[in-house]
Design a protein around this ligand. Structure first.
Ligand SMILES: CC(C)(COP(=O)(O)OP(=O)(O)OC[C@H]1O[C@@H](n2cnc3c(N)ncnc32)[C@H](O)[C@@H]1OP(=O)(O)O)[C@@H](O)C(=O)NCCC(=O)NCCS
Length: 184
């Protein structure tokens, strides 16, 4: 396989975003991956063992050479969260952001800083013409974070949540176009 590395380090005013390393496993498990409150609006269940976190992180590391974008968010060398650009839409010209941060660090502006930096990075380093994100309609912090990064609400979609046994949830689709970057 020819390597197509896309996850390069990003420095923000307070954070350093970089590729995951296998040594991040214990801190990632303790800090956010085992936390049910962090996972509440996400597609995955909180991890019940450190081995589960290890499998996830090993997979992310394995896939870097295929051009995935999965950053470990660090604060003073401590892994505190993750931010991912899902690229499952070949030929469609966009990718979709997903992110989470350890509960101890909520409400300090960190994810706004990370989303803003990753959005700029994607437009500078890929050909994607827009980036989207979807938030559960009860996930007010996530929506506000995206709005602060110039994402606009484009639609509400009703989708069954696999995690909630098919319960229909309303998701707010948020989007930023390449041309909007100038307003960031
Ligand atoms: C949602 C999440 C990413 C926000 O990260 P964060 O670093 O706490 O967000 P920020 O501090 O950058 O805050 C961004 C804005 O949202 C607001 N906000 C944050 N949490 C909020 C909440 N629970 N309710 C309402 N507003 C909230 C902040 O006040 C800020 O707005 P303001 O500057 O106008 O006051 C974080 O809470 C998280 O990781 N949650 C669990 C995982 C998750 O839901 N991920 C998103 C999936 S779509």
């Amino acid at each position: 396989m020819t390597a197509l590395i896309r996850t390069y380090p990003i420095q923000t005013p307070r954070l350093y975003l970089r590729q995951f390393m296998i040594t991040d496993v214990p801190r990632a498990y303790d800090n956010w991956m085992s936390d049910g409150d962090v996972a509440e609006f996400l597609t995955w269940e909180p991890h019940r063992s450190v081995e589960e976190t290890e499998r996830t992180i090993r997979n992310w590391i394995f896939l870097y050479e295929a051009g995935t974008m999965d950053w470990c968010i660090t604060l003073k060398h401590e892994p505190i969260g993750s931010i991912t650009a899902v690229q499952d839409f070949p030929g469609k010209g966009y990718c979709e952001l997903g992110y989470c941060i350890a509960k101890d660090h909520w409400g300090k502006g960190y994810m706004t800083e990370a989303v803003r930096a990753v959005t700029g990075y994607i437009f500078q380093n890929t050909d994607y013409t827009w980036i989207q994100a979807r938030c559960d309609s009860e996930n007010h912090g996530s929506k506000r974070c995206l709005e602060k990064c110039s994402y606009r609400h484009i639609a509400d979609v009703e989708l069954p949540s696999e995690k909630r046994k098919g319960e229909i949830r309303i998701y707010q689709m948020m989007k930023i176009d390449r041309r909007d970057m100038i307003r960031m």
